[in-house]
Ligand binder design. Structure first.
Ligand code: GLN
Length: 198
């Protein structure tokens, strides 16, 4: 198994360390040749889109001609995990914005609110339940940094975690997204959950 980590901007190194801890190989994607090497590998694959700044990440993806290749891989079923800014990129709609998701129909059927906890004081730590029917719900550490949360979900979206009533983790088919940053704590369970989707 090999996991690609989009490494254009933001907290990608921490995801790589997490996967290393789990004994899973990963490659950093900085440009189109990196992506083509990854796609050419003959083994089960997944993609992580890290936290950072979603607008900057989108811009660099466009500059590096990565938008269409990544879109088509995700639309083709590539298991993909987005944290924080990555959650925003995987969402069909950003509240209050007319911008279309780069994923088109392959996006998660959710509406996301950017900087939902405020821009400056929006960073905090908590522990809360995470999981679905197949994984008993357990409390996991959750670090939020100017995080989004989900304000609407479609019928085929499974809510995996809520904090204070707000949706902070969702899964739909091959897509998993968390508002928080599981890569910033030692607990490996959210990454394990993602690997179990591959
Ligand atoms: N506030 C960022 C955005 O809107 C996300 C923050 C994060 O990824 N830690 O893109």
């Amino acid at each position: 198994m090999i996991i690609a980590i989009l490494a254009l901007q933001g907290a990608f190194a921490e995801h790589q360390q997490m996967l290393h801890k789990l004994g899973t190989d990963s490659v950093l994607i900085r440009n189109l040749p990196d992506w083509q090497d990854f796609i050419g590998r003959d083994e089960p694959k997944g993609l992580i889109i890290p936290g950072g700044e979603s607008t900057a990440m989108k811009r660099i993806m466009r500059d590096e001609n990565l938008v269409e290749p990544i879109r088509s891989a995700i639309a083709g079923g590539l298991p993909t995990f987005g944290t924080c800014a990555g959650m925003i990129l995987l969402s069909k709609k950003i509240e209050g914005s007319d911008a279309e998701s780069f994923l088109g129909d392959a996006a998660m059927d959710v509406v996301v609110r950017r900087n939902a906890y405020g821009r400056q004081l929006g960073s905090f730590y908590t522990e809360d339940s995470f999981g679905d029917d197949s994984s008993a719900e357990e409390k996991v550490p959750m670090t939020f940094i100017r995080a989004p949360f989900i304000v609407e979900v479609g019928d085929s979206v499974k809510v995996l975690a809520k904090v204070d009533g707000n949706i902070v983790a969702v899964r739909q088919g091959n897509l998993l997204a968390t508002s928080f940053h599981p890569e910033l704590n030692d607990d490996v369970r959210v990454h394990k959950f993602f690997l179990s989707m591959i």
